[in-house]
Design a protein around this ligand. Structure first.
Ligand code: PMP
Length: 369
């Protein structure tokens, strides 16, 4: 029996039939290399607010023998207050990946296909496969922009819903709210999920549309703009009916997705708006500087509203560049996928980390001449 065939049947025979056919998401590597310049997983290069550390320590000192609040009420209240919503319009989960997974299960198992751009966060297709949801990929245009009119026209003909990231990943390109509204209007009876993992770095959030659109679900994370990738906190905002749908899935899966430390740290992060603004602005400022430096080195840099840039070089192969950078202890992300195989996704680091990247690229491009 060939390996592929035996894998799909589940070697050594214990797997449920669907497991062998899954193509799981491959996260960016987290290697232990000394003095690594790590620009491959869109983490924030700055630490979280000191108030977060204090809150986590206080939570650790008190009550770990007890289960946390299964409904994360205080955290949901803090998020609701931040966005001018009611807590019944907020769902919290163990990272936005988990929130997305629950949303796919809750809303997108329909007779028609789920629509998403062909270039987008690759986990969407994995969730769809996991839950047996049929996907239809809408091609982004030559500039890797989502064509909102084409997507809306297709959605109007019938779909299970729409999922997209805004700003998009891995391009970093943002979509104006007017386009999001077009999509919401095109399928009023299905959920439009807008994943705003990177919105704080310059995108336009759809939160203000929630009051008018019962079919809008906005998903955000504390992993990026609030420097808490290690704590695993994400959330969704939308009409209370949608939140109830997510709660039904959560309570059929894991009643306590957020532990006491994560809840306390996340609340503290929302209490320190000054830290949020300072670190976010530093990332945006560094992104603008790095963009100019990369352009000087001959890269085409897509306009980014995120904490990363998506770049390509007319004269240098992206996979080889990524490998050469790795030899110099600089990690960036390369996706060996159709349409984007010549691009590199570079997370915005500290100014020093970005300077090290530019130096390494200067060396590599210079040596190749
Ligand atoms: N959405 C997008 C577009 C992302 O890039 C990521 C991070 N890989 C996530 C969601 C998930 O983030 P987290 O689970 O850390 O909240």
């Amino acid at each position: 029996m060939s390996e592929a065939v035996s894998a799909s049947r589940g070697v050594p025979g214990f797997w449920s039939p669907r497991i062998g056919a899954l193509e799981p998401y491959v996260p960016g590597e987290q290697p232990r290399i000394a003095k690594l310049v790590k620009l491959n997983t869109n983490e924030n290069p700055y630490p979280p607010s000191p108030r977060v550390i204090d809150a986590v320590q206080a939570a650790a000192a008190n009550g770990l023998e007890r289960y946390p609040d299964p409904e994360s009420v205080t955290l949901r209240e803090a998020i609701a207050a931040r966005y001018g919503l009611a807590s019944a319009q907020v769902f919290a989960g163990n990272g936005s990946d988990e929130v997305l997974a629950h949303a796919f299960f809750a809303f997108f198992q329909q007779a028609e296909p789920l629509l998403m751009p062909d270039i987008s966060y690759s986990f969407y297709r994995v969730y769809a496969q996991l839950y047996g949801i049929d996907c239809e990929l809408q091609p982004v245009d030559q500039g890797l922009r989502i064509d909102a009119d084409a997507l809306a026209a297709r959605a109007a003909a019938g779909c299970a819903g729409i999922v997209l990231a805004n700003p998009n990943a891995p391009t970093g390109i943002g979509m104006p709210l007017a386009c999001i509204e077009k999509l919401l209007d095109a399928c009023p009876r299905r959920v439009v999920l807008v994943d705003e993992a990177y919105v704080d770095f310059g995108g336009e959030s759809a939160m203000p549309l929630i009051a008018r659109y019962p079919n809008l679900l906005v998903v955000q994370t504390l992993s990026k703009s609030r420097s808490l990738a290690g704590l695993r906190v994400g959330f969704a905002c939308g009409h209370a009916h949608l939140i109830e749908g997510l709660q039904r899935v959560k309570n059929s899966f894991n009643s306590y997705p957020l532990d006491r430390l994560a809840t306390a740290g996340a609340i503290a992060a929302f209490e320190d708006e000054a830290w949020f603004i300072k670190t976010r602005d530093a990332v945006i400022d560094t992104r603008e500087g790095l963009t100019l430096q990369l352009e000087d080195l001959g890269f085409e840099v897509l306009p980014s509203q995120a904490n990363f840039v998506f770049v390509r070089h007319a004269a240098h192969d992206a996979a080889r560049l990524a490998a050469s950078l790795r030899e110099r202890a600089v990690l960036v992300r390369h996706f060996n996928q159709p349409r984007i195989a010549q691009y590199l996704r570079i997370s915005i680091g500290t100014r020093d980390q970005c300077a090290a990247l530019v130096d390494a690229l200067g060396d590599i491009l210079g040596a190749a001449q």
